[in-house]
Design a protein around this ligand. Structure first.
Ligand code: GAR
Length: 205
């Protein structure tokens, strides 16, 4: 990733607030630039936000594939390859990808997950952290490997769980941390830095 700026594709399924944080971080002087925002849901709110920023968008709706993951991923690959990204950021992309697809992007694909991995892979992370009696929680950016939410950790942002915390209040506190962590990790990743970045809400404010 030397020479011209790294081409970054961002995959979304929903509101795309992490996509916004990533795209807005890639201003003048940044080593990367957003070349594609791709959603598996045509109704994803993030698509309009990308268009408003002048970023090319695409939709590969998973539903017509009726569970045929191989065909869905073939369509996804074709569209992604056309954008020739150096880095692929999963940002609230809510489809499980198969090892065959992931292998093709090995070392180039990042994901953000709303827990302090390896704790709480999968869904409903905030409620599960509370139910488990955790005192700390947060989010993780990791490289994507065939193991679900399991690749090398590139960064984590942590907060202290308060008394009276609910899953909703935790979600509202973790999301802004995601918006700080992901752009910071992306920039370091493009620059070749793989040592984990650790942010602490109490310290970083
Ligand atoms: C974020 O909280 C992200 O961490 C989570 O989905 C949300 C997407 O929000 N991702 C996962 O749960 C992946 N397993 P956004 O569309 O506003 O960025």
């Amino acid at each position: 990733m030397t020479g011209s700026s790294a081409r970054v594709a961002i995959l979304i399924s929903g509101s795309g607030s992490n996509m916004e944080a990533l795209a807005d971080s890639m201003g003048a002087g940044h080593p990367g630039r957003p070349v594609l925002v791709l959603s598996n849901r045509p109704e994803a709110g993030g698509l309009a936000k990308a268009e408003a920023r002048g970023i090319r968008t695409a939709v590969i709706d998973h539903r017509p594939f009726l569970g045929d993951r191989a065909s869905f991923e073939a369509a996804l690959s074709e569209r992604l390859e056309a954008a020739a990204p150096d880095v692929v950021c999963l940002a609230g992309f809510m489809r499980v990808l198969t090892p065959g697809f992931i292998d093709a992007w090995a070392g180039k694909m990042l994901n953000i997950h709303p827990s302090l991995l390896p704790k709480f892979c999968g869904l409903d992370t905030h409620a599960r952290a509370l139910a488990a009696g955790e005192t700390a929680h947060g989010c993780t950016v990791h490289e994507v490997t065939a193991e679900l939410d399991g690749g090398p950790i590139l960064g984590q942002a942590r907060l202290a769980i308060r008394e009276e915390e609910t899953a909703e209040s935790l979600a509202a506190r973790v999301l802004p941390l995601e918006h700080r962590l992901y752009p910071a990790v992306l920039r370091r990743f493009i620059e070749g830095e793989r040592a984990p970045l650790m942010l602490d809400e109490a310290v970083e404010g």
